[in-house]
Every structure is written in C-alpha cells, then in structure tokens.
Design a protein around this ligand. Structure first.
Ligand code: HEM
Length: 284
C-alpha cells in the first residue's frame, strides 16, 4: 500500500484522491518517538546548559521584575489559533480512525477561524510587533554551529544567550508556516467542494488531477501538523519550559528567568521605571 489513494477519472486517467490514512499513525508515532528520545536525552545524557558572557554588561535593576513578553492581543491570537488547530485536527482525523460524526461543517468553520486569525497575525506581526525577532539571525547560526561542536565534544566558545526567541523556536515557527499555509491555501479552495456560507459549491473549479493533488497536499500538511503539534505541546509542558508557557498565559516572565536565558542587548526591554503595569505595556 503506497502513501496515496488513487482513483480512475471519467476519462480513464488515474488520479490521486488523497493521502492513505495510515500516514496518520506514521505522524503520531513520529511525534511520540521524538518526545521519548528527547526526554531520555535530556534526563540522562544532556550536559547542563552553558552560555558565554553577555555582549554588554547587564544592570539587573534596569530590568523589570516581570519582563513583558506577549501582549494581550498576541496571547489572544495564540489561543484562538490553538483552539482552531485542535478542532481541525480532531474533526479531520477522528472520523478516519473510526470515530464517525458529521465533521465537515465543524471543520470548515474552524478552518475559517484559523485562516482569519492567521491573516490577522501576519498583519499584526508585520506592522505592530518586531517582525525580525522570529527569523534566525547571524548569531543564531554561529551559535548553532558552536552547539553542534560542543555536542560532539569539540572545544569551542559557549553560545551567547538568546534574543527573544531561541533558534529552535524560530525553526519551529518556520515549519508551522510551511505546513499551516499549505493546509490553509488548499483548504480555502476545498471549501468549493462542500456547502459553506461563503460561495456556491463548484466541484468543477479544477480538473480531477488538480483537485487530487490539492487533497494530497492538504492531507500531508495535516498529518505533518499532528507531529508538529505533539512536539509543541510536549515542550510547552516540560518543567524547564513552563516559565515560557506561563508567559503565553499571563504575558510576562520573571527577571531571573529572563537573565538566565536571554541577552538584554539582543532582546531589549524598556527599563523598569517606564513599565506601567505587568504584562500590558509590552515590548513585542
Ligand atoms: C490543522 C489544519 C488542518 C488539518 C489537519 C486538516 C485536515 C483535513 C483532512 C485530513 C481532510 C480530509 C481530506 C481528504 O478527504 O482527503 C480535510 C478536508 C477538508 N478541509 Fe481541512 N485541514 C486543516 C485545515 C483546513 C483549513 C484551514 C480549511 C479551510 C480554510 C480546511 C478546509 C477543509 C475542507 C473544506 C475539507 C473538506 C473537503 C471535502 O470533504 O471534500 N481545512 N482537512
């Protein structure tokens, strides 16, 4: 059995119709394997993290006790998107593994919420947040190289503390962009195949081959998201990451945690005196 399901179109041509659903289990097991291997590595093998000195001397009194990390709007976006994402995953895949219900309506509604929230996020992040904070920079790449050398036991200076986001978070965000936009781009067109409130149904918009490839891409992005979301939730509940998860709920992280992991010259925080209230006057 291959990774795709095929059918014969009215003209006798073989066309793909969607992915084979065993890929759901492949993705879930990949996610689970990653979690298990990572947890064992951290518990038994990883050395304590070491950072080099900050680029500029830090005066801790200039850092507020509660360092603002995510504005209320950014947090609202994150949790709306998370709710839409889980609804999409469960409505899409439960029926494929035997839990039958009328899933399509819930699915396209959640898809619409996700699409609108992502459009909002792109505008918000491009014009109101620090757009470049989520893309790898030169120091990230140099430090990734240093960390790899250290992992292999080769002598090299320790990496610097992180800017607002560690490289791993930036790479994860990139993977979510690719899979998320693939699911959204195809999903919007797939709404022409079902009855929605937005436009009349038109299954003849594309050829069978194009529809088939679209369903395949939608399915591949979907199963990819199973593994990615599993990893994301796992990191979110790891004890050493809880301060980051809490900051996605309350908006701030403690000064101690900030100084332990972040370099104030790479993630510039307004001095304590110019903060009005915790978590709200936020440096995005
Ligand atoms: C986490 C993201 C998503 C996942 C995991 C996901 C997964 C799936 C899967 C597995 C199917 C069944 C496809 C098939 O039979 O080959 C499906 C169908 C569908 N998806 Fe998604 N999807 C996601 C996002 C979206 C979005 C954002 C939209 C809309 C903007 C959307 C709209 C649709 C529609 C309309 C169908 C029904 C097509 C039909 O029954 O003919 N999906 N989705």
């Amino acid at each position: 059995m291959g990774p795709l399901r095929w059918a014969i179109d009215p003209w006798g041509k073989t066309v793909p119709i969607h992915i084979a659903w065993f890929l759901i289990w492949v993705a879930a097991l990949t996610g689970l394997l990653f979690v298990i291997v990572h947890a064992i590595y951290v518990r038994f093998f990883a050395k304590p993290r070491q950072f080099g000195p900050d680029a500029a001397p830090v005066d801790p009194t200039k850092i507020p006790a509660r360092v603002p990390r995510h504005s209320l709007v950014a947090r609202a976006f994150h949790w709306i998107m998370a709710a839409a994402m889980f609804t999409l995953l469960f409505t899409a895949f439960l029926p494929k593994v035997g839990v039958q219900f009328d899933w399509v309506t819930y699915h396209w509604i959640a898809g619409t919420v996700l699409t609108l929230s992502i459009v909002f996020h792109i505008v918000h992040a491009s014009f109101f947040l620090d757009f470049w904070s989520i893309w790898p920079d030169r120091i990230d790449l140099r430090d990734a190289f240093r960390r790899t050398l250290r992992f292999m036991g080769k002598p090299t200076p320790p990496p610097e503390r992180f800017a607002k986001y560690p490289l791993e978070n930036k790479l994860y965000h990139g993977a979510i962009i690719v899979t998320g936009l693939s699911a959204i781009g195809t999903g919007v067109f797939m709404m022409f195949r079902v009855r929605t409130i937005f436009f009349p149904r038109n299954p003849y918009l594309f050829s069978d081959m194009t529809w088939g490839m679209m369903y395949v891409l939608h399915g591949l992005a979907g199963v990819g998201l199973i593994a990615l979301i599993m990893m994301h939730v796992y990191f979110g509940i790891r004890p050493e990451k809880l301060p980051i998860t809490k900051s996605m709920i309350f908006g701030w992280m403690s000064r101690d945690f900030f100084l332990e992991e972040h370099d104030p010259s790479r993630w510039v925080i307004k001095p304590a005196s110019s903060q009005s209230s915790a978590g709200e006057k936020v440096e995005d």
